[in-house]
Design a protein around this ligand. Structure first.
Ligand code: ZN
Length: 122
């Protein structure tokens, strides 16, 4: 019982964090669906899609965060770049540049190995 509750709490916290970072899970899923749909009919480009892709600034570059802050021990930070399902957020959604996305992905993978982050939830 208690373990399940802890897990639920963790999931809730994670979802809150995703909401805080202005990238909701719904948006991600919607976008993935749209991408799949648009793949078949690439001629049609909707305004909504433009909106999704307009916001593309690397948070680390714009705020000049030190690279030492991106660390597998800094779970609160790297958690923001995972979906509630545990997957790593793709660059097209998080807006990270190649350099920072690579760093984050590496640290997330480290954190997974020492069980700070899940490989997959549910
Ligand atoms: Zn960057």
């Amino acid at each position: 019982m208690s373990e399940e509750k802890i897990k639920e709490m963790e999931i809730e916290n994670l979802e809150k964090k995703v909401l805080e970072s202005a990238v909701t899970n719904e948006l991600i899923e919607e976008e993935i669906k749209k991408e799949k749909e648009d793949f078949g009919q690439s001629a049609q480009i909707s305004d909504k899609k433009k909106f999704f892709f307009s916001k593309k600034v690397c948070k680390f570059c714009s705020k000049q965060v030190e690279e030492s802050a991106i660390d597998y021990k800094n779970v609160d930070l790297i958690k923001r770049f995972t979906m509630p399902s545990g997957r790593i957020l793709p660059r097209r959604i998080s807006g990270n540049c190649a350099r920072h996305q690579k760093l984050i992905a590496r640290e997330i993978k480290k954190a997974r190995i020492i069980a700070l982050l899940p490989f997959l939830d549910r």
